[in-house]
Design a protein. Structure first.
Lengths: 507, 118
């Protein structure tokens, strides 16, 4: 009977598990329980992805209320792909977190950390699988509120102002989305995404809908830290505990990119957003400026976590660049980069967290000579760093390759050139850290042990995933391609929808 | 003139939205920022409640002799949004309490390190 309910389980499980985590009280127990729940969610997500690739869309009516009246949970290839990324990274980060938070978070707050992590996971899964525009806002706020708490858990006092800045910006972004959804409801009288899509396509031009789209795109751009609305991100990722940075950098902003894809392609339709409203040029320019400005900012920082945070903003630029190319191939490249970037940024932040644990600092000076003292950690950092640059045989190369191919397909020679030029800046900011680690001598009389095994295992799983998805691309590219096909032809999806209308009330 | 009078509730919404937004951006005191954020969110609540009105419609409670009802759905939606707003406010205020303990002030211009500015 669980199979019928599988679309809703990735949301429900962590949501119920979060308060249980507090009741468990003991840090050790809460850790085991949270990791188990997250891994279970990952297993279900894999199952969902296989089902959606095989049979198409899974629809589930919450409480037995049929859509469009009730809230629909709707999992298609795009949601399932990002869902796998989010739950997978969450499980690895939770395994990693036990050793990592021991030093960075006060021991009385460990259970609260696991609770907030599970709540954030529930919110993110909810955003990914809901088929209702208002419900999406609610889940967005659930995940965001948990995120502000997670950021503020670090023992460094600067995390507090970073979290507060994040809260102000995040709430403005979410409220903008709320206004936009209100405008859509005002004109169409529905909140179900498919219903919205059908009714919006009946209007040629409506000022209410245009304004709603503008509000939603600006709101989502704050959430995904699109340049120039990214100013909350570097301090938040720098001062948050390492496990939190690793989790957020590889999931939260990716989910926001998914929200943007959902609103543009499923609800408003690419034709309307890109041709009638001309958003493609705006997004393209902002994406390219983000890549160069933030990659440059990354080359001049001395705090390695800040370097990675600015690099995240630049990498988000690549995803938006893929979307703004207005083609199935471009969207494939964007979705693929969501997947690959989660693997590399997760690994990089985990490696930095291991360095912080042993040396007590994340300044670039702390990395001097670590190549010999923490060989496994630095080797992992090197491979993930090469992946971010886009060296062949790593996952990063695959997404860059698809991005350049998509740009060339549209005859955008300058864009293709700029994507490659952006990688050169990545060589500089990753190279600086590697130079310190391998070619400089450590400060006199300091010796550091290798990171603990519980941190190395999830780190190396991600590194192997980086290599694996750089060589065997059939799975990641196949899923991204199917998702992009679905998204660019939304008219075909309702007919083939596989209905599983088995809510609680009707049984 | 009737354009202004007929849509007076929307004018209030726009005014509150901009006033709240301005306070969030310009206020130096963190508590005032939260107050501004609340005003900003409240304006959206009023926007939603205004949408629900059907001209000539009665309150959405079934009664004899009434055929026209207002739309109750936006009101229900905004209940959820109010809860979200309260939760955001409490997290924000909790952060301010901890900022006060750590920095000794909630005035932005009194932070020693310029990097900490919000």
């Amino acid at each position: 009977m669980f199979e019928q309910h599988s679309p809703v389980l990735p949301i429900i499980l962590p949501l119920i598990a979060a308060p249980i985590c507090i009741l468990l009280g003991r840090s050790q127990l809460a850790w085991l329980f949270a990791t188990f729940i997250s891994a279970l969610g990952f297993g279900i997500s894999i199952g969902l992805m296989l089902t959606t690739l095989d049979q198409g869309v899974l629809s589930y009516s919450l409480g037995g209320w049929e859509p469009p009246w009730g809230i629909e949970v709707r999992v298609d290839a795009a949601s399932a792909l990002v869902l796998c990324v989010v739950t997978g990274i969450s499980s690895l980060v939770l395994v990693y977190a036990k050793e990592s938070i021991a030093k960075e978070i006060d021991s009385s707050q460990h259970t609260l950390y696991y609770t907030a992590h599970l709540l954030c996971l529930a919110g993110l899964s909810g955003i990914l699988s809901t088929g209702d525009a208002f419900n999406l806002f609610v889940f967005l706020e659930i995940s965001s509120l948990a995120t502000y708490t997670l950021v503020s858990l670090a023992s460094d006092k600067r995390c507090l102002t970073a979290a507060f800045r994040y809260l102000i910006m995040g709430t403005i972004g979410a409220t903008f989305i709320l206004i936009g959804v209100g405008m859509m409801y005002m004109k169409t009288g529905t909140l179900n995404m498919l219903d919205l899509a059908a009714r919006i396509s009946e209007y040629d031009s409506s000022r209410t809908l245009n304004t709603g789209l503008a509000f939603i795109l600006v709101g989502v751009s704050i959430k995904l830290a699109l340049f120039p609305l990214h100013m909350w991100l570097p301090p938040a990722y720098t001062h948050a505990p390492s496990a939190v940075s690793a989790f957020l950098a590889s999931t939260a902003t990716k989910v926001a990119v998914y929200v943007m894809v959902r609103f543009i392609f499923t609800i408003y339709g690419a034709e309307y957003v890109f041709h009638t409203m001309g958003m493609d040029t705006i997004l393209l320019v902002l994406a390219i400026v983000a890549i160069f400005k933030c990659s440059f900012m990354a080359t001049v920082q001395s705090n390695v976590k800040t370097v990675l945070a600015y690099s995240s903003v630049a990498q988000i630029g690549y995803m938006i660049l893929g979307i703004s190319l207005v083609s199935t191939l471009g969207l494939t490249a964007g979705l693929l980069h969501i997947f690959n970037h989660a693997l590399m940024k997760g690994a990089l932040f985990m490696a930095v967290g291991a360095v912080l644990l042993r040396t007590g600092s994340v300044d670039i000076k702390a990395f001097q000579g670590l190549g010999k003292q923490m060989p496994l950690t630095m080797a992992a950092f090197t491979i993930a760093g090469l992946s971010i640059i886009g060296v062949p045989l790593t996952a990063g190369f695959v997404s860059k390759w698809y991005l350049v191919t998509a740009a060339l397909e549209q005859q955008e020679w300058t864009v293709a050139f700029l994507v490659l030029a952006g990688s050169l800046l990545a060589i500089i900011y990753v190279g600086r850290i590697l130079e310190a680690a391998y070619f400089k001598n450590p400060a006199e009389g300091t010796t550091y042990k290798e990171a603990p095994l519980l941190m190395l295992i999830p780190l190396w799983i991600l590194v192997f995933a980086n290599i694996y998805f750089g060589i065997d691309t059939s799975m990641s590219v196949g899923a991204a391609d199917t998702a992009a096909q679905w998204l660019t032809q939304p008219s075909s999806s309702p007919a083939t929808a596989l209905s599983v209308n088995m809510g609680g009330a009707t049984q | 003139m009737s354009f202004i009078v007929d849509y007076y509730n929307y004018w209030i919404v726009v005014f509150l939205m901009m006033a709240g937004f301005y306070i969030v951006i310009s206020a130096n005191n963190l508590v005032k920022k939260i107050v501004g954020l609340n005003i900003f969110q409240t304006s959206v609540f009023m926007l939603y409640i205004s949408i629900g009105n059907v001209s000539g419609g009665s309150a959405p409670i079934v009664a004899d002799g009434i055929t026209r009802y207002s739309n109750p759905l936006p009101h229900v939606l905004i209940l959820t949004a109010i809860v979200v707003g309260v939760a955001t406010t409490s997290v924000g205020l909790a952060l301010i309490v901890r900022i006060k303990r750590a920095y000794g002030t909630v005035e932005e211009n009194e932070f020693e390190d310029k990097d900490d500015l919000i």
